[in-house]
Design a protein around this ligand. Structure first.
Ligand SMILES: CC(=O)[C@@H](O)[C@H](O)COP(=O)(O)O
Ligand SMILES: NCC(=O)COP(=O)(O)O
Length: 239
């Protein structure tokens, strides 16, 4: 059965809109865990647009499941991760001007630097995942440079404009899962998944963890966070 990692970035986005103290992502993480989340995911961006260093430090003490820190592979972020020690780090690409992550990491181009980052994090006892597109070349390099996991970027699938495009993207994801499993890489998936499209990806099988944020928080505004997490948890587990 797949696990659900609840991304709480958007709780922090709402707090930062007023620059105050509420809503607090720390409280959201606790509610998500009570509702059955298997892990909490946060993205500490270099520009600190949502999650703050304070959130990471407190969450390290309060999260009872697993803390997955998404971050760029920079010296600053590696030092922070090594001092806070989340269970897992997912290395993601970052562009200052983007509204959200626009694609997977190019691990082929950045393989030397990523290998060093992976080694440093693993030496600190942290599991390392690389957020990449469902592309066989990227998966092979992720394996070569020693990643423990890949997280398949599902954004192109989620943004498909018609069923045909969606089907093609789904096949890419399916093949990516097969290849990664053959190479003995753990497989996670996420970005843009919602209560409708997640069913098709979860039905593929072989994906250990889904990291989902925006759709859960959007639904939480309507029905409450507890219910939103329970509903998503059921979808990823029993698809
Ligand atoms: C890496 C990823 O797909 C998401 O975690 C997403 O980037 C969340 O961060 P933002 O909410 O800043 O886009
Ligand atoms: N890595 C993907 C993630 O954590 C959540 O992405 P989204 O569901 O907010 O698009």
């Amino acid at each position: 059965m797949a696990r659900l990692g609840v991304n709480i970035d958007h709780v922090a986005t709402l707090r930062q809109a007023r620059g105050g103290t509420e809503p607090d992502p720390v409280a959201a993480a606790a509610i998500a865990e009570f509702a059955g989340a298997d892990g909490i995911t946060i993205h500490l961006r270099e520009d600190r647009r949502h999650i703050q260093d304070r959130d990471l430090k407190i969450l390290r003490q309060t999260v009872q499941t697993r803390l997955n820190l998404e971050m760029a592979a920079t010296e600053e972020m590696i030092a922070i991760a090594l001092s806070v020690k989340p269970e897992a780090c997912t290395l993601v690409p970052e562009k200052r001007a983007e509204l959200t992550t626009e694609g997977g990491l190019d691990v082929r181009i950045h393989q030397e630097a990523l290998k060093v980052a992976i080694e440093k994090l693993q030496a600190g006892g942290i599991i390392v995942s690389l957020f990449i597109d469902p592309d066989p070349d990227q998966i092979k390099v992720a394996n070569k440079i020693g990643a423990d996991y890949i997280e398949i970027h599902t954004g192109s699938f989620a943004e498909a404009k018609n069923w045909k495009e969606e089907e093609l993207e789904l096949i890419k994801i399916e093949n990516a899962v097969k290849l990664a499993r053959k190479l003995d890489l753990g497989v996670n998936a996420g970005h843009g998944l919602n209560y409708t499209n997640v069913k098709k990806v979860a039905a593929i099988g072989g994906i250990e963890e889904f990291n989902i944020g925006h759709s859960i928080m959007s639904r939480a505004i309507m029905v409450g966070l507890d219910r939103a997490v329970r509903d998503m948890s059921e979808l990823v587990r029993y698809a």
